[in-house]
Design a protein around this ligand. Sequence first.
Ligand code: 6PG
Length: 467
Amino acid sequence: MGQNLILNMNDHGFVVCAYNRTTDKVKSFLENEAKGTKVVGASSLEEMVGKLKKPRIVMLLVKAGRAVDGVINSLFDLLSPGDIIVDGGNSEYRDTERRGKYLACKDILFVGCGVSGGEEGARYGPSLMPGGDQEAWPHVKTIFQAISAKVNGEPCCNWVGADGAGHFVKMVHNGIEYGDMQLICEAYHLMRDGLELNNDEMSDIVAEWNNGELDSFLVEITSNILKFKDQEGYLLDRIRDTAGQKGTGKWTGIAALDYGVPVTLIGESVFARYLSALKDERMEAGSVLHGPNTKYEGNKKELLEHLRKALYASKIISYAQGFMLLREAAKSNNWNLNYGSIALMWRGGCIIRSVFLGKIKLAFDENPNLTNLLLDDFFANVMSNCQASVRQVVTAAVYLGLPTPALSSALAFYDGFRAARLPANLLQAQRDYFGAHTYEILGAEGKFVHTNWTGQGGSVSASTYDA
Ligand code: 6PG
């Protein structure tokens, strides 16, 4: 990714100095990929810093975690006040905040920048999500907006916010990426094992989906993956069904729990990866635990259309949840997030890029104070049109014994979110019953009361507690 970003910057007329602690890599890069460009190299951090104009801009593409601290510590003595360090890795946003504070004691500016789009994106136009010291933005803006992806001429890069805001937004991007991928996998599972379609048929259907509302990078590559063949046949069929992960989806789930936001679809997507990883246990359980012995007997074509609509609706739920998390984190951290601008940053260049993000941008542009994406007229209408399809698909999956945790959680969230009355009154009563945790009476909110539910060992009347 680092090499490709350098080449991308070079294409846009910026002179870049490449450094890697394995100096042979720099040498080989200069002699091969960067041959004939203006890229220069350095064989030590000192040499690299010495070659940069002031204020120096040093961009790190280092594995998230300790390695980032290591490089920052080494740079600390070499850089001067006003110089800028940009961390372009998938760092944890609290780490970014901490690093920013550490560098601030020497007036070194720190930018935590989410970079998405993989190697291809890095080379020809990634989505960039920079946050941190805003003073650094005028210095990096021209470079970042030049190298980023563009949608209708607008760069998929803008200033996100203070501290770890850039990395937080990238983390939520990745969480949404987990959700999108899981939804597509559930659709594949249903088509493969429920409707018994072959890979070419599925590839065609998914390609068709990509011509409409679901038009996105992940849907496009899925169609290609489904039909990909090598000498031994379809490659997909020989890939072990255990998902890996590097942690950003898990961090999104942790942040959701920390901020108290029901980001259920991403949570289920992370758990689905964990469940998939239990391959040996699943194989054993499969020989002991039985499900329904049913085949789908309905109209396949109709179910496929429901599936398309269910994917779209569930995707909307997932993005609504992601933006709910952004809003809550922004409130807690005093970040002034621009949700329309975030939607534009994700509209092109990144892994979750899709036509649909253009609609999200429109919704937030029209109403920057929109509290929930589902309350936007366009999305509320889509949900009304598609909710019955989610029910059809989830019902079919339940009937067939196929797991659809993401699709099911989307539906559960939808029904929960639109419910004026949930059964949490009983939950409060239970809490009060066994632990005197108190509850509020409808119409007298703010006053917390306790009841002695069994009449034993005390008064049976409700006592009142001020909130
Ligand atoms: C991106 C990707 C990138 C990476 C993920 C993969 O935006 O370019 O999100 O960051 O591919 O980290 O994550 P997992 O290994 O956790 O699936």
